[in-house]
Write a protein that binds this ligand. Structure first.
Ligand SMILES: NC(=O)C1=CN([C@@H]2O[C@H](COP(=O)(O)OP(=O)(O)OC[C@H]3O[C@@H](n4cnc5c(N)ncnc54)[C@H](O)[C@@H]3O)[C@@H](O)[C@H]2O)C=CC1
Ligand SMILES: O=C(O)CCC(=O)C(=O)O
Length: 438
């Protein structure tokens, strides 16, 4: 008995000593609370925004190519809809869980608010590694997931979009499945149930490049404000998918030089420059991977963020820049293509070193702005041209960038806190105008 108690005590002591791993929710909540303190947010609104409105978890069966049935778990978290329907992507990745979906949904609320869109925030996905499934299996998984979610999403209620490991094909399957669940006369009026569709099926020309273009624009705007010439500037990109590829391409076209890339399969470097289109062509014949690209040398992935460069673009997953690697970063500017790539501890180190961070909710907001254009296009029965889309995107990104930049200078705070303050103040105003808190 004594021994058991002593053992229990030992275990408890050990357990309390253990350093907890920071989840994505810890980060988004710390970011939110520090902005809420800055603007002295109404306590009732702080309570509402600290929690998600709805959390949908679905388990659904799908028949695999070998005839066996596998059960998948999908999520859709709807954080807040004070400004309009929930909006945000669907991610297919082994790290998808409730904590990740909650945090990503919250970031969407701030992002859509900051961008001045009539949307709230949502996010979701399926916990799976898509590389383990055939195209046919992924189609059946997507259709089953859509069917399971169908009563909880809608073109005026919650509008999904692409994210990690989902693309225009995934969105086409979702649109097709969702529309088939509606009465025949209403089917075509539901095309805006998802954005990021292929441009032959209601998609918007330019949505494919919208996020990466927005990342590039925010870097360009920052460079202009700070008298920096992008010509010859070296940049590194983590993630060479939709966001990383397009951001790199636009930066290269402006004279900057891609010198290192990391993806899920490898990490490569060439200080003389890596040709973006050549690397992209290579990934298409190499199962999506950058590994062993002939015109670059492999690098240990733990060295990636410490490589010599001027600009760092994390464009893969969350929690990548942390207290373990932040002090090694040599770039003077971080442009967050990914959602939540820098955790709070990593950010503190970067800010102390005088490194500027263009925060995710501003930097990668070109994607959801493009999605808004697609949604309007579908709703109004229009077809927009590429040059028109890019010009409108440019204008929207510039407005957001200037708002955040000026707020940050006026209040003497970092750009993330400034972006959060602007986003939260817009939602606070909506609640107060509605008279919820007389
Ligand atoms: N697609 C969009 O329109 C938007 C995406 N984002 C964010 O941008 C990020 C990237 O999204 P997409 O480019 O759409 O995804 P994607 O699926 O097209 O590409 C993801 C890339 O990240 C790489 N990657 C995955 N795990 C990695 C790891 N552990 N280490 C290094 N690289 C890894 C993959 O190999 C791939 O190159 C995500 O954080 C997403 O939430 C943000 C706004 C909009
Ligand atoms: O295009 C959208 O609706 C949202 C894209 C997304 O998931 C994001 O901005 O993180």
């Amino acid at each position: 008995m004594t021994t058991l108690t002593a053992d229990l005590k030992k275990t408890t002591k050990k357990a309390t000593k253990k350093v907890p791993v920071r989840g994505m929710m810890d980060n988004v909540m710390e970011q939110f609370n520090s902005a809420a303190d800055q603007i002295n947010l109404h306590p009732n609104i702080r309570k509402i925004l600290s929690i998600t409105n709805n959390e949908i978890l679905v388990n659904f069966p799908v028949k695999m190519d070998n005839g066996e049935v596998e059960i998948f778990t999908g999520y859709r978290v709807q954080h807040n809809n004070a400004l309009g329907p929930y909006k945000g992507g669907l991610r297919y990745h082994p790290t998808v869980d409730l904590d990740a979906a909650r945090a990503l949904a919250m970031w969407m609320t701030w992002k859509t608010s900051l961008a001045g869109l009539p949307y709230g925030g949502g996010k979701g996905g399926i916990k799976l590694d898509p590389s383990k499934y055939s195209e046919g299996e992924l189609e059946r998984i997507t259709r089953r997931f859509t069917f399971a979610l169908a009563d909880n999403i809608g073109p005026e209620h919650d509008i999904p979009a692409p994210d990690v490991n989902t693309n225009s094909q995934t969105m086409a399957w979702i649109a097709d499945t969702y529309m088939s669940t509606r009465p025949p006369a209403e089917r075509n009026a539901n095309q805006h149930i998802v954005t990021g569709k292929p441009d032959g099926s209601g998609g918007l020309e330019g949505r494919d490049r919208a996020t990466g273009y927005g990342v590039y624009l925010t870097i360009k705007f920052w460079a202009e404000k700070n008298d920096v010439n992008l010509e010859g500037k070296k940049f590194i990109v983590q993630g060479f998918g939709n966001v990383g590829y397009w951001a790199a391409l636009f930066l290269e076209r402006d004279g900057a030089k891609l010198v290192a890339v990391q993806d899920a399969y490898g990490c490569i470097q060439n200080q003389k420059g890596i040709a973006v289109e050549e690397l992209s062509k290579y990934t298409k014949i190499n199962e999506g991977s950058i590994a062993d690209f002939p015109d670059a040398k492999p690098v240990n992935k733990d060295k990636f963020f410490g490589l010599d460069c001027d600009i760092v673009i994390p464009a893969a997953l969350g929690n990548q820049i942390t207290k373990e690697n932040a002090s090694k970063i040599k770039g003077k500017l971080i442009a967050e293509g990914a959602n939540g790539p820098t955790n709070v501890e990593g950010e503190k180190i970067l800010l102390d070193k005088g490194i500027t961070i263009i925060p995710d909710i501003l930097c990668n907001s070109g994607g959801v702005v493009g999605s808004y254009f697609e949604w309007l296009q579908n709703r109004n029965g229009e077809i927009w041209q590429l040059d028109e889309v890019m010009a409108k995107l440019d204008k929207k990104m510039k407005e957001s960038f200037n708002k955040v930049y000026d707020y940050s200078k006026n209040e003497n705070i970092d750009m993330r806190t400034a972006a959060f303050c602007i986003a939260i103040e817009r939602i606070e105003k909506a609640y107060i105008q509605r008279g919820i808190f007389p």
